[in-house]
Design a protein around this ligand. Sequence first.
Ligand code: ATP
Length: 376
Amino acid sequence: MYTLEVSGVTKYFGKACALDNVNFQVSDSELFALVGPSGSGKTTILRIICGLETADSGKVILDGRNISKLEPGARNISMMFQSPYGLLPFLNVFDNIAFGLKTRRLDSSGIEMRVVGVAHTLGIYHLLQRKIAHLSGGEQQRVALARLLVRETALSIFDEPLSHIDAHQRQHTLREILLVHRMKHRPSIYVTHDHVEAFAVASRIAVLANGRVQQIGTRDELLHTPANLFVAQFMSTPPMNLVYGYLQGAYTQEGMRFRVLSRDFSLPLPMAWTQFIQRNNWPEVVVGVRPEAIVPLGGLDAVAAKSYFRLYAEIVGHEGHEKSITVRLKVGIATELNALMYDMLPENLRTGQRMVVGIDIARLCLFDPRDGRLLL
Ligand code: ATP
């Protein structure tokens, strides 16, 4: 059974549709992420779950109870807002953490025990008497996490918690969020526009765009079988390469095989796709080539290289470091492909240099250019 069910939620602001029939479920102890670009509806769905906004239709069920009509305070949800995290600047750290407990009929020694306990866990015990205004950004964030941890709520929500955090502090904060989530043994929702962050914390992710859930899946499902072109592009860095072209079948020694004729090259498709393509007769397609599926052929032995399609490419730029480097390649007259290569020294990659690369045929995706949906 799921602990949180968001079912058929639709919301209009005037004539503009902010959420269109949004459905997802989160199970107990699961950390579930909502990912989408700006304006995709992330904040609106959170506000509807918390009761700060009313849906035009649909419902929110928490622990088996329809909470759609309850006041925010009666929903038993704790939320960590974006910076300044919803902290009360005129109170000290202790009172900020204790704030949510005072309404819950605990006596003062019970409150103190709980506050001191979480302050120790998050390493802010020494700050308990400080005013919020006298804390660094990272310390304020730990106070917000402590406030969320101290309350025994049915659901925790983290709304873009890293949006104001320095790059070097991010890993540390993510670890603390995971710690708080695990200690609560309840479901959490983590909202972000950054897929890397979502992959780092969540077991499953819902991808939102234009108020619609595009796909729900694990990291591997979203990367290997993206439901459509939006997910393929948005959830990958660098984005999946898209090659537009026509299908053409030809007989080979192994039987009928299809290729995609694009502007600059003709890419063979997996033999296993042949029957499916014959049955459907799509006029045009888009082939998705994952950046990791393009490799320098020099490093492969002849047998391994057989499953790759050979291409002559010219390096037009690169970024990253030797562990993982994005190499921009020009193929033919005008096709640019991003390849994600590992263990290459950046100084060995010169702009203008030619290289032989291989595309792993087994890792291609096929999309319908009319609606962007994944075909194969
Ligand atoms: P961001 O990442 O920029 O915060 P978001 O994914 O959270 O964006 P929402 O804030 O939920 O997106 O907005 C979804 C859509 O609804 C947007 O087109 C936005 O302009 C619109 N919207 C949100 N709140 C209101 C409002 N109160 N009145 C009118 N339109 C609104």
